[in-house]
Design a protein around this ligand. Structure first.
Ligand code: HMG
Ligand code: MG
Length: 309
């Protein structure tokens, strides 16, 4: 196990979207900008800024246009946003976004609760959104939610998630992020599930999106790393959740992921001290304690040298 670690991985930061969509108190736009700019300073290159979804469904992100317009992506950084339908794409294009992400669930009930659509109706919408975005020169990412389990239906057949993933790739999405939306996955389940995916799909086409509801996100990410996955979604200080998945806690904390990977010599391109600073900015702006472990513990203070006599 873990004999062949990669030199580097790519982290896709979801806190401005997955994190802030779940906050009960509205976050002022200036606070959102502060968080995003702190994340950029820490070295994150792929950041999900917001969602172009219905403001009635997710009022927390109703300022998507204003935020995107006030914060053009700095050189070398890609900002992305969730986009469920043609209306979302039109909005994302109007603000000049270069990447969008479509999303659906592997379980019908969660898909309906989250998007008011059956899985087939989601694909109808994506058959318009994905080619439209590609024709406009944008890249399209995709999410499949509830792959490890659904809050309404319980276990989800891996074959269903696999088929959905293959259809999304055929449509032209460059990568599909597999979501443990409610953080129920355990490492052996993750290994079995991913082996099934990797028998059909190259690892470069897949990303992992773990919520840390039960403390297994980092262990599951390590299994993904071991099996050859190189793309991990994370959220600074572990902020986040899905408003339409009861009990969904925050994502795997970016600091925890970076701490583990850099500690094993796997480069993330992220400066841990500046990332911890970004987590502090997020906590101040959001106004309550955030759950990330490294966020709470801080960087390792004792260095090996200082322990020598
Ligand atoms: P609907 O109500 O069925 O929409 O919602 P509709 O097409 O019937 O339209 C109704 C109204 O909404 C119309 O306005 C539309 O114009 C408007 P009206 O004529 O009544 O004034 N509308 C929109 N407005 C702005 N932007 C749009 C848009 N679309 C329609 N894009 C819809 C269907 C999909 C829009 C809705 O269900 C929705 O917005 N859902 C999003 C829910 C969401 O964002 N959930 C959280 C993200 S998913 C997640 O967290 C999981 C993930 O992290 C991965 C994981 O953890 O597994 C990604
Ligand atoms: Mg999520």
């Amino acid at each position: 196990m873990l004999e062949e670690l990669p030199d580097a991985v790519s982290i896709y930061e979801v806190s401005p979207r997955d994190g802030l969509q779940n906050e009960a108190t509205p976050i002022p736009i200036e606070g959102k900008r502060e968080i995003v700019l702190a994340l950029v300073r820490a070295g994150l290159k792929r950041i999900e800024l917001t969602s172009f979804v219905s403001p009635r469904w997710v009022p927390q992100l109703a300022d998507a246009e204003e935020l995107s317009r006030s914060l053009p992506a700095p050189e070398g950084v890609v900002f992305s946003a969730l986009c469920p339908n043609a209306k979302g794409l039109e909005r994302a294009r109007a603000v000049g976004l270069r990447e969008v992400a479509v999303f659906l669930s592997a379980s019908e009930t969660h898909n309906r609760k989250n998007t008011n659509k059956t899985i087939e109706q989601s694909f109808e919408a994506f058959s318009e959104v994905v080619p439209g975005a590609l024709a406009a020169g944008m890249r399209v990412r995709a999410y499949v939610s509830t792959v490890w389990g659904c809050p309404y239906e319980g276990s989800v057949a891996p074959a269903v998630s696999l088929e959905i993933t293959e259809r999304l790739l055929e449509l032209g999405c460059y990568q599909v992020s597999l979501g443990d939306t409610i953080g129920v996955g355990t490492p052996l389940q993750t290994r079995e599930l991913l082996k099934g995916f990797l028998a059909e799909i190259p690892a470069t086409k897949l990303a992992l999106h773990f919520h840390d509801t039960r403390g297994t996100a980092l262990a599951n990410a390590l299994i993904g790393l071991e099996l050859g996955l190189r793309d991990f979604d994370a959220s600074v200080a572990g902020v986040g959740g899905c408003p339409y998945a009861p009990g969904a806690a925050g994502n795997l904390a970016t600091e925890d992921l970076v701490y583990m990977l850099e500690g094993m010599g796997v480069k993330t391109g992220v400066n841990l001290d500046l990332l911890i600073e970004a987590g502090r900015v997020a906590e101040r702006v959001i106004g309550h304690r955030l759950p990330g472990k490294v966020h709470q513990a801080g960087p390792r203070v004792l260095r090996t040298e200082s322990m020598r006599p």
